[in-house]
Design a protein around this ligand. Structure first.
Ligand SMILES: Cc1cc2nc3c(=O)[nH]c(=O)nc-3n(C[C@H](O)[C@H](O)[C@H](O)COP(=O)(O)OP(=O)(O)OC[C@H]3O[C@@H](n4cnc5c(N)ncnc54)[C@H](O)[C@@H]3O)c2cc1C
Length: 366
Protein backbone atom coordinates (compact mmCIF):
# COMPACT_ATOMS: atom_id res chain seq x y z
CA UNK A 1 0.00 0.00 0.00
CA UNK A 2 1.40 3.43 -0.86
CA UNK A 3 2.02 5.91 1.92
CA UNK A 4 -0.11 9.04 2.26
CA UNK A 5 1.42 12.05 0.57
CA UNK A 6 1.63 15.35 2.46
CA UNK A 7 2.40 18.44 0.41
CA UNK A 8 3.88 21.43 2.25
CA UNK A 9 3.18 24.65 0.34
CA UNK A 10 5.96 27.12 1.19
CA UNK A 11 9.26 26.18 2.87
CA UNK A 12 10.09 29.22 4.95
CA UNK A 13 10.64 29.04 8.71
CA UNK A 14 7.48 27.12 9.57
CA UNK A 15 6.97 25.07 6.37
CA UNK A 16 10.54 23.82 6.60
CA UNK A 17 10.14 22.77 10.25
CA UNK A 18 6.83 21.10 9.46
CA UNK A 19 8.41 19.14 6.58
CA UNK A 20 11.24 18.10 8.92
CA UNK A 21 8.78 16.84 11.54
CA UNK A 22 6.67 15.02 8.94
CA UNK A 23 9.71 13.34 7.38
CA UNK A 24 10.08 11.35 10.62
CA UNK A 25 6.58 9.88 10.26
CA UNK A 26 5.05 7.29 7.93
CA UNK A 27 4.14 9.70 5.12
CA UNK A 28 5.76 10.84 1.87
CA UNK A 29 6.51 14.56 2.00
CA UNK A 30 6.72 16.97 -0.92
CA UNK A 31 7.83 20.55 -0.17
CA UNK A 32 7.18 23.34 -2.64
CA UNK A 33 9.17 26.55 -2.43
CA UNK A 34 9.66 29.61 -4.59
CA UNK A 35 13.11 30.00 -2.99
CA UNK A 36 16.13 27.74 -3.55
CA UNK A 37 16.62 27.18 0.19
CA UNK A 38 15.62 28.60 3.55
CA UNK A 39 15.71 32.38 3.19
CA UNK A 40 14.39 33.38 6.57
CA UNK A 41 12.54 36.64 7.14
CA UNK A 42 14.06 36.83 10.60
CA UNK A 43 16.76 39.27 11.79
CA UNK A 44 16.39 42.01 9.18
CA UNK A 45 18.92 44.24 10.97
CA UNK A 46 21.66 41.63 10.85
CA UNK A 47 20.85 40.86 7.20
CA UNK A 48 21.30 44.50 6.24
CA UNK A 49 24.33 45.27 8.39
CA UNK A 50 26.30 41.98 8.25
CA UNK A 51 24.90 39.86 5.43
CA UNK A 52 27.55 37.10 5.74
CA UNK A 53 26.83 36.62 9.44
CA UNK A 54 23.09 36.57 8.70
CA UNK A 55 23.49 34.07 5.86
CA UNK A 56 25.40 31.65 8.11
CA UNK A 57 22.29 31.05 10.21
CA UNK A 58 19.31 32.30 8.21
CA UNK A 59 20.02 31.36 4.58
CA UNK A 60 20.57 27.63 4.23
CA UNK A 61 20.28 25.53 1.05
CA UNK A 62 17.71 22.73 1.37
CA UNK A 63 20.22 19.95 0.63
CA UNK A 64 22.14 20.86 3.79
CA UNK A 65 19.24 19.82 6.07
CA UNK A 66 19.76 16.10 6.85
CA UNK A 67 16.11 15.58 7.73
CA UNK A 68 15.04 16.82 4.28
CA UNK A 69 16.89 13.94 2.56
CA UNK A 70 13.59 12.03 2.42
CA UNK A 71 11.58 15.05 1.29
CA UNK A 72 10.98 15.74 -2.40
CA UNK A 73 11.58 19.43 -3.05
CA UNK A 74 9.95 21.29 -5.92
CA UNK A 75 11.47 24.71 -6.64
CA UNK A 76 8.60 26.72 -8.08
CA UNK A 77 5.73 29.08 -7.41
CA UNK A 78 2.30 27.76 -6.43
CA UNK A 79 -0.43 29.15 -8.66
CA UNK A 80 -3.59 27.22 -7.79
CA UNK A 81 -5.43 24.76 -5.55
CA UNK A 82 -8.07 22.24 -6.68
CA UNK A 83 -9.70 20.84 -3.53
CA UNK A 84 -11.89 18.31 -5.36
CA UNK A 85 -8.97 16.81 -7.25
CA UNK A 86 -6.76 17.27 -4.15
CA UNK A 87 -3.97 18.89 -6.12
CA UNK A 88 -1.96 22.08 -6.31
CA UNK A 89 -0.59 23.74 -9.44
CA UNK A 90 3.02 24.85 -9.71
CA UNK A 91 3.07 26.51 -13.10
CA UNK A 92 2.34 23.73 -15.62
CA UNK A 93 2.90 20.99 -13.04
CA UNK A 94 0.07 19.42 -11.03
CA UNK A 95 0.96 17.88 -7.66
CA UNK A 96 -1.51 15.58 -5.91
CA UNK A 97 -1.86 15.44 -2.12
CA UNK A 98 -3.66 13.48 0.58
CA UNK A 99 -2.99 16.27 3.07
CA UNK A 100 -1.96 19.83 2.25
CA UNK A 101 -0.15 22.26 4.57
CA UNK A 102 -0.39 25.95 3.70
CA UNK A 103 2.75 27.77 4.86
CA UNK A 104 3.28 30.50 2.30
CA UNK A 105 3.79 33.24 4.91
CA UNK A 106 3.35 36.93 4.29
CA UNK A 107 5.02 39.60 2.15
CA UNK A 108 6.62 42.35 4.18
CA UNK A 109 8.77 45.24 2.96
CA UNK A 110 11.59 44.55 0.51
CA UNK A 111 12.93 41.58 2.48
CA UNK A 112 10.00 39.16 2.36
CA UNK A 113 8.71 38.69 -1.17
CA UNK A 114 6.94 35.57 -2.40
CA UNK A 115 8.22 35.43 -6.00
CA UNK A 116 10.47 32.81 -7.59
CA UNK A 117 14.19 33.36 -6.94
CA UNK A 118 17.40 31.52 -7.78
CA UNK A 119 20.45 31.54 -5.47
CA UNK A 120 21.91 34.35 -7.63
CA UNK A 121 18.70 36.39 -7.28
CA UNK A 122 18.75 36.04 -3.49
CA UNK A 123 22.45 37.00 -3.30
CA UNK A 124 21.90 40.06 -5.49
CA UNK A 125 18.93 41.29 -3.42
CA UNK A 126 20.78 40.85 -0.11
CA UNK A 127 23.94 42.51 -1.41
CA UNK A 128 22.10 45.44 -3.00
CA UNK A 129 20.26 46.35 0.20
CA UNK A 130 23.47 46.10 2.24
CA UNK A 131 25.37 48.30 -0.24
CA UNK A 132 22.62 50.93 -0.13
CA UNK A 133 22.88 51.25 3.64
CA UNK A 134 26.68 51.03 3.67
CA UNK A 135 26.88 54.03 1.31
CA UNK A 136 24.45 56.19 3.31
CA UNK A 137 25.58 58.95 5.67
CA UNK A 138 22.10 59.19 7.19
CA UNK A 139 19.78 56.20 7.56
CA UNK A 140 16.16 56.64 8.58
CA UNK A 141 14.24 53.60 9.77
CA UNK A 142 10.49 54.04 9.77
CA UNK A 143 8.50 51.67 11.94
CA UNK A 144 8.10 50.50 15.50
CA UNK A 145 8.23 46.72 15.38
CA UNK A 146 11.08 44.28 15.85
CA UNK A 147 12.27 44.57 12.22
CA UNK A 148 12.61 48.36 12.53
CA UNK A 149 14.26 48.30 15.94
CA UNK A 150 16.80 45.64 14.95
CA UNK A 151 17.61 47.51 11.73
CA UNK A 152 18.31 50.74 13.62
CA UNK A 153 20.50 49.02 16.23
CA UNK A 154 22.45 46.86 13.80
CA UNK A 155 23.07 49.74 11.37
CA UNK A 156 24.27 52.02 14.17
CA UNK A 157 26.67 49.43 15.59
CA UNK A 158 27.97 48.36 12.17
CA UNK A 159 28.61 51.88 10.79
CA UNK A 160 29.57 54.12 13.70
CA UNK A 161 29.97 57.20 11.47
CA UNK A 162 26.44 56.94 10.09
CA UNK A 163 23.56 58.94 11.55
CA UNK A 164 20.77 56.48 12.31
CA UNK A 165 17.26 57.63 13.19
CA UNK A 166 14.32 55.47 14.20
CA UNK A 167 10.85 56.98 13.78
CA UNK A 168 7.69 55.45 15.22
CA UNK A 169 4.19 56.79 15.80
CA UNK A 170 3.65 56.06 19.50
CA UNK A 171 5.41 57.17 22.65
CA UNK A 172 7.30 53.92 22.58
CA UNK A 173 8.15 51.35 19.92
CA UNK A 174 7.32 47.62 20.23
CA UNK A 175 3.70 48.17 21.32
CA UNK A 176 2.91 44.47 21.02
CA UNK A 177 5.69 43.42 23.36
CA UNK A 178 5.60 43.67 27.12
CA UNK A 179 6.53 47.27 28.20
CA UNK A 180 9.69 45.95 29.90
CA UNK A 181 11.09 45.00 26.48
CA UNK A 182 11.05 48.62 25.31
CA UNK A 183 12.82 49.75 28.50
CA UNK A 184 15.75 47.48 27.69
CA UNK A 185 15.69 48.13 23.95
CA UNK A 186 15.54 51.93 24.35
CA UNK A 187 18.71 51.85 26.43
CA UNK A 188 20.51 49.64 23.89
CA UNK A 189 19.50 51.98 21.05
CA UNK A 190 20.63 55.06 22.98
CA UNK A 191 23.98 53.43 23.77
CA UNK A 192 24.45 52.72 20.05
CA UNK A 193 23.76 56.39 19.24
CA UNK A 194 20.40 55.87 17.51
CA UNK A 195 18.30 59.04 17.49
CA UNK A 196 14.71 58.22 18.51
CA UNK A 197 11.88 60.09 16.80
CA UNK A 198 8.85 59.17 18.93
CA UNK A 199 5.41 60.39 17.88
CA UNK A 200 6.37 60.50 14.19
CA UNK A 201 3.83 58.95 11.82
CA UNK A 202 5.16 58.88 8.26
CA UNK A 203 3.13 60.31 5.42
CA UNK A 204 3.15 57.27 3.14
CA UNK A 205 2.60 58.38 -0.47
CA UNK A 206 -0.53 56.98 -2.17
CA UNK A 207 0.23 53.80 -4.03
CA UNK A 208 3.64 53.32 -2.38
CA UNK A 209 3.80 49.71 -1.17
CA UNK A 210 6.76 50.36 1.16
CA UNK A 211 8.57 47.44 -0.45
CA UNK A 212 11.89 49.08 -1.33
CA UNK A 213 14.61 51.16 0.30
CA UNK A 214 14.07 54.74 -0.85
CA UNK A 215 15.86 58.06 -0.53
CA UNK A 216 14.62 60.81 1.78
CA UNK A 217 13.19 63.11 2.86
CA UNK A 218 10.23 61.66 4.73
CA UNK A 219 7.26 63.85 5.67
CA UNK A 220 5.18 63.29 8.82
CA UNK A 221 1.42 63.51 9.30
CA UNK A 222 2.11 64.34 12.96
CA UNK A 223 3.31 67.87 12.20
CA UNK A 224 7.10 67.67 12.49
CA UNK A 225 9.38 69.04 9.74
CA UNK A 226 10.53 66.58 7.07
CA UNK A 227 13.49 64.37 7.94
CA UNK A 228 16.28 64.03 5.36
CA UNK A 229 17.98 60.68 4.73
CA UNK A 230 20.16 58.96 2.14
CA UNK A 231 18.44 55.63 2.75
CA UNK A 232 15.00 55.06 4.22
CA UNK A 233 14.13 51.57 5.46
CA UNK A 234 10.35 51.17 5.56
CA UNK A 235 9.40 48.58 8.16
CA UNK A 236 5.86 49.76 8.76
CA UNK A 237 4.26 46.37 9.17
CA UNK A 238 2.31 46.36 5.93
CA UNK A 239 2.15 42.61 5.82
CA UNK A 240 0.15 40.96 3.06
CA UNK A 241 -0.64 37.25 3.20
CA UNK A 242 0.71 35.22 0.29
CA UNK A 243 -2.69 33.74 -0.52
CA UNK A 244 -3.59 35.13 -3.96
CA UNK A 245 -3.33 31.54 -5.30
CA UNK A 246 -6.00 30.21 -2.89
CA UNK A 247 -9.83 30.16 -3.19
CA UNK A 248 -11.36 33.13 -1.34
CA UNK A 249 -13.63 31.01 0.87
CA UNK A 250 -10.57 29.65 2.73
CA UNK A 251 -9.59 33.17 3.79
CA UNK A 252 -10.71 35.73 6.36
CA UNK A 253 -11.46 39.39 5.46
CA UNK A 254 -7.78 40.28 5.59
CA UNK A 255 -6.78 37.38 3.34
CA UNK A 256 -5.27 35.10 6.00
CA UNK A 257 -6.17 31.40 6.08
CA UNK A 258 -9.04 30.65 8.49
CA UNK A 259 -7.94 27.88 10.82
CA UNK A 260 -9.43 26.05 13.77
CA UNK A 261 -7.33 25.80 16.96
CA UNK A 262 -6.07 22.43 15.64
CA UNK A 263 -4.54 24.32 12.66
CA UNK A 264 -7.02 22.60 10.36
CA UNK A 265 -8.57 24.91 7.77
CA UNK A 266 -12.19 25.46 8.76
CA UNK A 267 -14.47 23.06 6.88
CA UNK A 268 -11.62 21.43 4.91
CA UNK A 269 -10.43 18.33 6.81
CA UNK A 270 -7.39 17.56 4.63
CA UNK A 271 -5.94 21.08 4.53
CA UNK A 272 -3.97 22.67 7.41
CA UNK A 273 -2.14 26.00 7.77
CA UNK A 274 0.76 27.24 9.90
CA UNK A 275 3.00 30.27 10.31
CA UNK A 276 2.34 33.88 9.43
CA UNK A 277 -0.31 32.99 6.85
CA UNK A 278 -2.53 31.19 9.39
CA UNK A 279 -5.12 33.25 11.33
CA UNK A 280 -4.51 31.37 14.59
CA UNK A 281 -4.49 34.33 17.00
CA UNK A 282 -4.14 38.11 16.89
CA UNK A 283 -0.34 37.87 16.64
CA UNK A 284 -0.45 34.90 14.24
CA UNK A 285 2.26 33.36 16.34
CA UNK A 286 2.26 29.69 15.35
CA UNK A 287 5.71 29.97 13.71
CA UNK A 288 7.69 31.24 16.66
CA UNK A 289 5.72 29.11 19.09
CA UNK A 290 6.84 25.99 17.24
CA UNK A 291 3.40 24.70 16.30
CA UNK A 292 5.11 22.54 13.63
CA UNK A 293 5.36 19.63 16.08
CA UNK A 294 1.68 19.84 16.96
CA UNK A 295 0.80 20.10 13.27
CA UNK A 296 2.79 17.00 12.31
CA UNK A 297 1.13 15.10 15.18
CA UNK A 298 -2.30 16.35 14.10
CA UNK A 299 -1.72 15.26 10.52
CA UNK A 300 -0.82 11.79 11.83
CA UNK A 301 -3.97 11.82 13.97
CA UNK A 302 -6.10 12.94 11.01
CA UNK A 303 -4.74 10.11 8.84
CA UNK A 304 -5.35 7.57 11.63
CA UNK A 305 -8.85 8.93 12.45
CA UNK A 306 -7.80 10.06 15.95
CA UNK A 307 -8.66 13.32 17.76
CA UNK A 308 -6.57 16.41 17.03
CA UNK A 309 -4.91 18.60 19.69
CA UNK A 310 -5.18 22.39 19.94
CA UNK A 311 -2.59 25.15 19.64
CA UNK A 312 -2.50 27.51 22.66
CA UNK A 313 -0.72 30.78 21.81
CA UNK A 314 0.79 33.17 24.40
CA UNK A 315 -0.80 36.65 24.44
CA UNK A 316 2.36 38.71 24.00
CA UNK A 317 5.15 38.67 21.48
CA UNK A 318 8.40 37.17 22.67
CA UNK A 319 11.78 36.24 21.21
CA UNK A 320 14.84 38.06 19.95
CA UNK A 321 14.27 41.71 19.05
CA UNK A 322 17.68 43.29 18.51
CA UNK A 323 19.52 40.33 16.98
CA UNK A 324 23.07 39.33 17.90
CA UNK A 325 25.06 42.10 19.64
CA UNK A 326 28.72 42.27 20.65
CA UNK A 327 27.86 40.94 24.12
CA UNK A 328 25.50 38.20 22.92
CA UNK A 329 21.87 37.61 22.01
CA UNK A 330 18.99 38.89 24.16
CA UNK A 331 15.82 36.85 24.04
CA UNK A 332 12.76 38.36 25.74
CA UNK A 333 10.20 36.16 27.51
CA UNK A 334 6.45 36.97 27.15
CA UNK A 335 6.82 38.65 30.59
CA UNK A 336 9.31 41.08 29.03
CA UNK A 337 12.31 39.76 30.94
CA UNK A 338 15.46 39.48 28.86
CA UNK A 339 17.75 36.48 28.90
CA UNK A 340 21.16 37.10 27.40
CA UNK A 341 23.08 34.28 25.74
CA UNK A 342 26.75 35.39 25.87
CA UNK A 343 28.35 35.78 22.41
CA UNK A 344 30.55 32.68 22.79
CA UNK A 345 27.54 30.55 23.66
CA UNK A 346 25.58 31.73 20.59
CA UNK A 347 28.43 30.59 18.31
CA UNK A 348 29.40 27.41 20.14
CA UNK A 349 26.18 26.19 21.80
CA UNK A 350 23.01 27.96 20.65
CA UNK A 351 23.51 27.80 16.88
CA UNK A 352 25.29 24.42 16.49
CA UNK A 353 23.54 22.44 19.23
CA UNK A 354 20.19 24.05 19.98
CA UNK A 355 19.25 25.33 16.51
CA UNK A 356 21.08 23.12 14.00
CA UNK A 357 21.01 19.85 15.90
CA UNK A 358 18.01 20.34 18.22
CA UNK A 359 15.56 22.26 16.06
CA UNK A 360 16.59 21.17 12.54
CA UNK A 361 17.91 17.68 13.31
CA UNK A 362 21.31 18.26 11.67
CA UNK A 363 22.64 20.73 9.11
CA UNK A 364 25.63 19.86 6.87
CA UNK A 365 28.45 22.41 6.57
CA UNK A 366 28.46 24.05 3.11
C1 LIG B 1 12.32 28.63 15.40
C2 LIG B 1 11.74 30.02 15.19
C3 LIG B 1 12.16 31.07 15.99
C4 LIG B 1 11.62 32.34 15.83
N1 LIG B 1 12.09 33.34 16.60
C5 LIG B 1 11.61 34.58 16.45
C6 LIG B 1 12.10 35.64 17.25
O1 LIG B 1 12.98 35.43 18.10
N2 LIG B 1 11.59 36.88 17.09
C7 LIG B 1 10.63 37.12 16.15
O2 LIG B 1 10.21 38.26 16.00
N3 LIG B 1 10.16 36.13 15.38
C8 LIG B 1 10.61 34.87 15.49
N4 LIG B 1 10.13 33.86 14.69
C9 LIG B 1 9.00 34.10 13.78
C10 LIG B 1 9.28 34.79 12.49
O3 LIG B 1 9.32 36.16 12.73
C11 LIG B 1 8.11 34.56 11.50
O4 LIG B 1 6.91 34.39 12.18
C12 LIG B 1 8.40 33.38 10.61
O5 LIG B 1 9.54 33.68 9.86
C13 LIG B 1 7.23 33.07 9.68
O6 LIG B 1 7.46 31.88 9.01
P1 LIG B 1 6.53 31.42 7.82
O7 LIG B 1 7.03 30.06 7.44
O8 LIG B 1 5.11 31.59 8.15
O9 LIG B 1 6.82 32.46 6.64
P2 LIG B 1 8.09 32.60 5.70
O10 LIG B 1 9.34 32.25 6.44
O11 LIG B 1 7.98 33.91 5.03
O12 LIG B 1 7.88 31.43 4.62
C14 LIG B 1 6.97 31.46 3.59
C15 LIG B 1 7.65 30.86 2.37
O13 LIG B 1 6.69 30.56 1.38
C16 LIG B 1 7.16 31.02 0.13
N5 LIG B 1 6.04 31.30 -0.77
C17 LIG B 1 5.14 32.30 -0.69
N6 LIG B 1 4.24 32.22 -1.69
C18 LIG B 1 4.60 31.15 -2.42
C19 LIG B 1 4.07 30.53 -3.59
N7 LIG B 1 2.99 31.02 -4.22
N8 LIG B 1 4.68 29.42 -4.06
C20 LIG B 1 5.78 28.91 -3.44
N9 LIG B 1 6.33 29.44 -2.34
C21 LIG B 1 5.74 30.54 -1.83
C22 LIG B 1 7.93 32.28 0.49
O14 LIG B 1 8.82 32.66 -0.52
C23 LIG B 1 8.66 31.81 1.75
O15 LIG B 1 9.82 31.12 1.42
C24 LIG B 1 10.63 32.57 14.84
C25 LIG B 1 10.20 31.50 14.03
C26 LIG B 1 10.74 30.25 14.20
C27 LIG B 1 10.24 29.11 13.33
Amino acid sequence: MSRPRVVVAGLGDSGLLTAIQLARTAVDVVGISSKPGLVSGQELGLRLARPEAWARDYRIAFDRFRRLDRVEIVHGELTGLDREARSVAVGEQTIRYDVLVLATGVSNGFWRRPGFQTEADVSAAVEQAHARLAAAEAVLVVGGGAAAVSTALQAATRWSGTTVRLAFPGERALPRHHPRVWDVVRRRLAAAGVELLAGHRADVPDGFAADEITGGPVAWTTGQPQTPADAVVWAIGRVRPNTAWLPADLLDEAGFVRVEPTLRVAGTPDVFAIGDVAATDALRSSARNRADRLLAANIGAHLAGRRLREFAPPRRRWGSVLGPEADGLRVFAPSGHPFRFPAWSVRRVLQPWVVRRGIYGGVRTP
